[in-house]
Write a protein that binds this ligand. Structure first.
Ligand code: GLU
Length: 282
């Protein structure tokens, strides 16, 4: 049975861009006769806005987008993430890392790799062989190459996006050993999303294209944890007047819910313009 989800981060209330994602995932679930679940991704506490989670739930209710199960809240799920990390440690697939961002940049510079501003710096693997005497690991990382080698999986992760077609990424080369638990103790999005999608029985992920690049990492983690991989559809992004992705950070307006039907129609119009017929599978 189809199980879809909407997983907002309460770093602000919903805007027209997040409504498009919510509506598309909801319509896709309905068109497949499936269930649609809501999950609050509130792990990055410093970025969360007090009251936003409650407000989002309320906004969705007014819009008629109701979850088919009680709300899942990530901040209440620490034991599950701990268990998943332990599972990876026990297999020798996760290791502690003591590198600061600066250490990583310096190591890359020494290796002659220039890091563009805002680009993901591929982790150079400094702590992969173990910490030196006196070093304290604060973050945890996944040893990507080791997972793939031990599981006899190809170096390049191939997957299919329902809208964008075949995708491929060499995670070890293009991203490196990514973080599972941050140095500040916060669980990384990649680990939490994989554990939660599995625990909620999610079969179909419909989300914004800004997350496309995360999918291969999530597939590697699913393999490492013995979880199945949902199907993925990444939506085009709603752009603001400045041509950038509409986001809470660049001041997207909260939805005006005096007339929820207008908001819904606008989101539907966007999906139509983008040529998306939710429920069709390709
Ligand atoms: N919480 C993420 C966001 O609001 C979405 C995560 C996901 O859909 O996988 O951008």
């Amino acid at each position: 049975m189809y199980v879809g989800r909407f997983a907002p981060s309460p770093t602000g209330v919903l805007h027209q861009g997040s409504l498009v994602t919510a509506l598309a995932s909801w319509q896709d679930a309905r068109a497949h006769g499936g269930r649609w679940l809501l999950r609050m991704e509130d792990l990055d506490a410093p970025r969360c806005v007090p009251g936003a989670a409650e407000e989002i739930v309320q906004q969705l209710r007014v819009l008629g987008l109701n979850s088919d199960a009680p709300l899942m809240t990530q901040s209440a799920r620490t034991p599950r993430y701990k268990a998943a990390l332990q599972q990876l440690i026990d297999r020798g697939w996760a290791y502690p890392c003591c590198c600061s961002r600066r250490d990583i940049e310096e190591a890359l510079a020494r290796a002659g790799v220039s890091t563009e501003r805002h680009a993901i710096a591929v982790y150079p693997g400094t702590c992969r062989q173990g910490l030196k005497h006196g070093q304290v690991g604060r973050a945890w990382r996944l040893n990507v190459q080791r997972v793939l080698r031990d599981l006899d999986l190809p170096e390049v992760v191939h997957w299919h996006d329902r809208r964008l077609g075949p995708q491929a990424q060499n995670v070890a080369l293009e991203v490196g050993d990514f973080v599972l638990r941050r140095a500040d103790g916060i669980w990384a999005y990649q680990l939490a999303v994989v554990v939660d999608d599995a625990d909620q029985g999610v079969t179909d992920v419909v989300r914004g294209e800004d997350l496309l690049d995360n999918t291969a990492r999530q597939i590697v983690l699913q393999r490492a944890l013995g979880l199945s991989t949902p199907s993925y559809l990444h939506l085009p992004l709603v752009l603001g007047a400045n041509g950038e992705k509409l986001s809470k950070q660049n001041g997207a307006k909260a939805l005006d819910l005096n007339d929820p039907q207008v908001c819904r129609r606008e989101a539907e119009f966007f999906l139509q313009q983008a040529g998306l017929v939710m429920g069709s599978s390709s």
